[in-house]
Design a protein around this ligand. Structure first.
Ligand code: NAD
Length: 334
C-alpha cells in the first residue's frame, strides 16, 4: 500500500512532544502515512515571521488531512490572529467532532459513556460581530443560518448512520431564542425526517447539562450550535478523564484537521510530562478517516490495555510515568 500523504503540525508548548509521541506509536502500529511537517503558530512566527505560512496552507490543500498539535494564541498584546480560526475559515471546517468514551482504569464518576459531540463551528456568537450602542451598552450578534444549520444536522445524522448509532439529540435554547435556535431546530427536524431509522430528540441546553452529569450513558450523538457546543464538549471531556485523553477533529467538505482538545500546557512543556494519548487518539481518528482502520484499531486496543493495567500513566491520570515511558510501553504492547 502506498503511504497516504498527511500534513503534520507539531505546534507549540507540549505540542512537539505529544505529536512526536503519537507519530511514533502510529508508525509502530503499521500506519502508512507520509508526513509533510509544517510549522504554524508561535514556532512559525519566530522562524518565518508569520503564524500561518503559505506552505502550511498549500500542504493541507494538497493532503486534505492534518494532525495538529496545540498552537499558542496570544491574547491582546501584539497578538497575531488565531491560527485555529484562520485554518477553520480557510478550509471552511464547519463540523467540530469529539468522541467521548469511557476508558478502562481512568477513574471518573462514570463508566459507560460513549457519545459524540457534533458542534457547528462557523457561526453563532462566534461570528465576532460586536458593537457598542451607547456607553455601557454593548451588543454581540448571534448569527444562525439555515444553510449552516442544515449542513451540520446532515453531518450529525450521517455520522450516526455510519457509526451505527441509535440517536441524535439536538440541544438548544429555543424557548428563549425563538428565532435563532428556532431556525436551528427547524432545520434539524427537516433533516431528521430523511433518517427515519435514527431516533431524533431535542433537549434544552440547561436540562441537557443536568442529564449529562446524571446519566451520560443515555446519550449518543449530540448536535449543537457553536457556543453550546463549546461548553458542552468540555463538560463531556470531563466525564471521561479530561483534557489528556480526549481527541477531536474539524471537518470541512475538502479537508479535515485532527487535534487534541487540550492547549499548549506551558506549565509542563519540555518536561516529558504531558499525556500523549489525546493526540494519539486524534491520530486514530485520522487513520480511520483515511481508511487505515487496522492500525487504528490496534492503537486503540493497546492504549486501552495500557490504561487498564494502570502502571504506566502520566500525572494528569494520577500516575508517575513520563511521556517517553508511555510511548515505550505502547510500542512494546503493539
Ligand atoms: P491547556 O489545555 O494548555 O492547559 C490546561 C491544564 O491542563 C494545564 O494545567 C496543563 O498542564 C494541563 N494539560 C493540558 N494538556 C495536557 C496533557 N496532554 N497532559 C497533561 N496535562 C495537560 O489550556 P490553557 O492553559 O488554557 O491554554 C494554554 C495555551 O494553549 C493558550 O495559548 C491557548 O490559547 C492555547 N490553546 C490552544 C488550543 C489549540 O491549539 N487547539 C486549544 C486550547 C488552548
Amino acid at each position: 500500500m502506498m503511504p497516504r500523504a498527511a500534513t503534520l503540525i507539531p505546534g507549540d508548548g507540549i505540542g512537539p512532544e505529544v505529536v512526536d509521541a503519537a507519530v511514533r506509536v502510529m508508525e509502530a502500529a503499521g500506519a502508512r502515512i507520509a508526513w509533510d511537517v509544517q510549522l504554524a503558530g508561535k514556532a512559525a512566527f519566530e522562524k518565518l515571521g508569520t503564524p500561518i505560512p503559505e506552505p502550511l496552507i498549500a500542504s493541507i490543500r494538497r493532503t486534505r488531512v492534518a494532525l495538529k498539535g496545540p498552537l499558542e494564541t496570544q491574547i491582546g498584546r501584539v497578538g497575531y490572529r488565531s491560527v485555529n480560526v484562520a485554518l477553520r475559515k480557510t478550509f471552511d471546517l464547519y463540523a467540530n467532532v469529539r468522541p467521548i468514551k469511557s476508558l478502562p482504569g481512568v477513574r471518573t464518576a462514570f463508566s459507560d459513556v460513549d457519545l459524540v459531540v457534533v458542534r457547528e463551528s462557523t457561526e453563532d456568537l462566534y461570528s465576532g460581530i460586536e458593537h457598542q450602542i451607547a456607553p455601557g451598552v454593548v451588543e454581540s450578534v448571534k448569527v444562525i443560518t439555515a444553510r449552516a444549520s442544515r449542513r451540520i444536522a446532515r453531518f450529525a445524522f450521517e455520522l450516526a448512520r455510519r457509526e451505527h448509532r441509535r440517536g441524535v439529540v439536538a440541544i438548544h435554547k429555543a424557548n428563549i431564542m425563538k428565532l435563532s435556535d428556532g431556525l436551528f431546530l427547524a432545520c434539524a427536524r427537516k433533516v431528521a425526517k430523511q433518517y427515519p431509522r435514527i431516533r431524533y430528540t431535542e433537549l434544552i441546553v440547561d436540562n441537557a447539562c443536568m442529564q449529562l452529569v446524571r446519566r451520560p450513558e443515555d446519550f449518543d450523538v449530540l448536535l449543537l450550535e457553536n457556543l453550546y457546543g463549546d461548553i458542552v464538549s468540555d463538560l463531556c471531556a470531563g466525564l471521561v478523564g479530561g483534557l489528556g485523553v480526549v481527541p477531536g477533529a474539524n471537518f470541512g467538505a475538502r479537508a479535515a484537521i485532527f487535534e487534541a482538545v487540550h492547549g499548549t500546557a506551558p506549565d509542563i512543556a519540555g518536561k516529558d510530562m504531558a499525556n500523549p494519548l489525546a493526540v494519539l487518539f486524534s491520530g486514530v481518528m485520522l487513520l480511520r478517516h483515511v481508511g487505515q482502520t487496522r492500525p487504528a484499531g490496534r492503537i486503540e486496543r493497546a492504549a486501552r490495555r495500557l490504561l487498564a493495567e494502570g502502571r504506566t500513566r502520566t500525572r494528569d491520570l494520577g500516575g508517575k510515568a513520563t511521556t517517553s515511558e508511555v510511548v515505550k510501553r505502547l510500542i512494546a504492547r503493539l
